[in-house]
Design a protein around this ligand. Structure first.
Ligand code: AMP
Length: 115
C-alpha cells in the first residue's frame, strides 16, 4: 500500500469515511465533496492507480466495480430516475486521486455535458 495514497489509507481505516459497502475486495464510501445528492466512490481495496493500469487480469474486478455501483444505486433509490458512472483517468481525464475509483452520481438531473 502506497503510504501517501488517501484511498489506501481509507481502506486501512487510517482516515474516516462514510462507508456504504465493503467486502473482501472493494469499498464504497460517500464523496467528501458531493456533486449531487448521491455521490459515492467505489474502489478496489488493492492499489491500482488508474483505469489505464488495468490489465486482462482485472476483467472480474472491473465488472464487480460496476455491479457494486449498480447495487448501491438501488439502495440509494436512484436506479429508476437514473445516474451517472464516471471514471476519470490521469491528468487530462481530471483524475485527482491516483487510486482507481468509480463515481456513482445521481439524485438530480445531471447536465448533458461530459467535459
Ligand atoms: P477524481 O477527480 O476522479 O480523482 O475524484 C476524486 C474524488 O475523491 C473527488 O470527488 C474528491 O472529492 C474525493 N475525495 C478526496 N478525498 C476524499 C476523502 N478523504 N473521502 C472521500 N472522498 C474524497
Amino acid at each position: 500500500m502506497p503510504e501517501e495514497c488517501i484511498f489506501c489509507r481509507i481502506v486501512a481505516g487510517q482516515i474516516p469515511a462514510d462507508i456504504l459497502y465493503q467486502d473482501d475486495g472493494f469499498l464504497a464510501f460517500r464523496d467528501i465533496s458531493p456533486q449531487a445528492p448521491t455521490h459515492v466512490l467505489v474502489i478496489p481495496k488493492t492499489h491500482i492507480a488508474s483505469s489505464a493500469d488495468l490489465t486482462d487480469d482485472h476483467v472480474e474486478l472491473a465488472g464487480r466495480l460496476i455491479i457494486i455501483a449498480r447495487n448501491l444505486a438501488e439502495k440509494e433509490a436512484i436506479a429508476e430516475s437514473g445516474y451517472r458512472l464516471v471514471i476519470n483517468c490521469r491528468s487530462d481525464g481530471g483524475q485527482q486521486v491516483p487510486h482507481l475509483h468509480l463515481h456513482l452520481i445521481g439524485g438530480r438531473q445531471l447536465s448533458g455535458r461530459l467535459g
